[in-house]
Design a binder for this molecule. Structure first.
Ligand SMILES: [Zn+2]
Ligand SMILES: [Zn+2]
Length: 423
């Protein structure tokens, strides 16, 4: 990594001049500044001195509480998988779904991408995450340090974006309200267990001190070097920034000064998602029976249906998640890419904040495909009362996945590098 110095004495990618005895070094993952964080501040939330991104969050964290919630959520997944999820009634018949029902039905409807996505995002990844977190925290609790610990915690963190039980829960509520306005529908005990597991999972995440857990797995050694430093993007460990790739001695992840081929990958995926965006919004995303008549609707048509059913809050949520967020995600990422390609030292903090927002909220765009996966299994009565995912569901899912990978592939530190070289 080439060290660049801005007017004003800030060394880009190098240590600030001020060092205190009770401080440890961290590198901001968003702007690349290596800085000292006071130990006394570790019980609070710490922000980057340059881009204002959150570096460490230790307030209100508890390893024991996080472990208890993760274990409870894991156990609740057993009844959530096996007990009835939704039950609908029509024409004297009933249809009952389970958590995994949509995977097979969507596959039979030739919605292969959506079927695989639901299987991974809803069934596999959440369980893997809760198993990993429970195993890591329990092992640390009994003061053991086996070699697999860092890898397991790395898996937990890396699946955070792709594990979507919380997004599915919102989809379940939307599907339930939609179904209830057409046919009698009840929420089963499996869905109640699922809701409890999601709430516990959110508490486990909120009370987890990630930085502290990495330090419990293996404490950092202070780097005795005047060379520029780089941080492992997985665990935050600082290493001398040698050219090329290194392997992180703590978690085993590949560490590079910057993400490789960041521009080209992000730009290619952004263009691809833009191509999918039009069919995703122009063609029907699903068919549901309205007034005993099969009715196909587009993304925006679904919002209109919710408005006509006087479900104004849900209509606003679906409009925001399905229409606004993908659009903002593509526009925001395009702005960041242009900023990194064409050095622009203005609005860097705003651009970094935009990047953080689209990185955090982008996964909620999956709410519409996951809503479809909720109601399709309980709308299999006859040709009239029939629920189907349509072609736009695949296109829409592709948009969400491609934009999410594009955001992950882009390295926001390149914007700060470009601005530094421009000055
Ligand atoms: Zn920063
Ligand atoms: Zn690491």
């Amino acid at each position: 990594m080439v060290e660049r110095v801005l007017p004003g004495g800030i060394a880009w990618g190098a240590k600030p001049q001020v060092e205190t005895q009770c401080a440890h070094e961290v590198q901001c993952p968003y702007c690349g500044l290596v800085q000292f964080v006071e130990e006394s501040e570790r019980s609070h939330v710490t922000y980057c001195a340059r881009c204002r991104s959150r570096l460490e969050h230790c307030a209100g964290t508890s390893t024991d509480l996080s472990l208890a919630c993760a274990l409870s959520a894991l156990l609740l997944f057993i009844p959530a998988w096996t007990l009835p999820f939704l039950t609908s009634e029509a024409l004297g018949a009933t249809r009952t779904s389970h958590l995994a029902s949509s995977v097979t039905i969507l596959w039979q409807q030739d919605q292969h991408l959506l079927s695989v996505v639901v299987c991974l995002f809803l069934l596999v990844f959440p369980v893997v995450r809760f198993v990993s977190l429970t195993a890591v925290l329990f092992t640390l609790r009994i003061d053991k340090h086996p070699r697999w610990l860092a890898g397991a915690f790395r898996v937990y963190n890396s699946l955070q974006t792709w594990s979507m039980p919380d997004v599915f829960l919102l989809g379940l509520l939307i599907a339930y309200e939609r179904l209830r306005s057409s046919i009698p529908t009840t929420i089963g005990s499996g869905a109640l267990c699922f809701m409890a597991a999601v709430v516990l999972g959110v508490i486990a995440r909120a009370t987890l001190n990630k930085v502290g857990t990495w330090r419990m797995i293996a404490a950092e050694q202070r780097v005795q070097s005047d060379e520029p430093l780089m941080a492992c993007q997985s665990c935050g460990l600082l290493l001398p920034a040698h050219p090329g790739r290194q392997s992180c001695p703590r978690c085993g992840a590949t560490v590079r000064p910057r993400k490789p081929h960041s521009f080209s990958i992000a730009l290619a995926l952004l263009i691809a998602s833009g191509l999918f965006y039009l069919p995703a919004n122009l063609y029907p995303i699903a068919t549901i029976p309205i007034g005993l008549k099969p009715t196909s609707y587009t993304v925006l048509g679904g919002v209109v249906d919710l408005l006509e059913s006087h479900l104004f809050g849900l209509a606003l949520i679906v409009f925001t998640a399905s229409f606004t967020i993908p659009l903002l995600k593509m526009a925001g990422l395009a702005w960041c890419i242009v900023s990194a390609l064409c050095p622009a030292p203005t609005h860097l903090i705003v651009k970094t904040r935009v990047y953080r927002v689209i990185e955090e909220v982008g996964r909620w765009s999956m709410v519409d495909p996951l809503t479809i996966s909720c109601f399709v299994p309980v709308l299999q009565f006859n040709a009239l009362i029939d629920g189907q995912a349509r072609d736009a569901a695949t296109a829409f899912t592709a948009v969400v996945i491609l934009t999410t990978i594009a955001v992950k592939a882009f390295d926001p530190r390149l914007m700060w590098d470009a601005a530094g070289s421009h000055r």
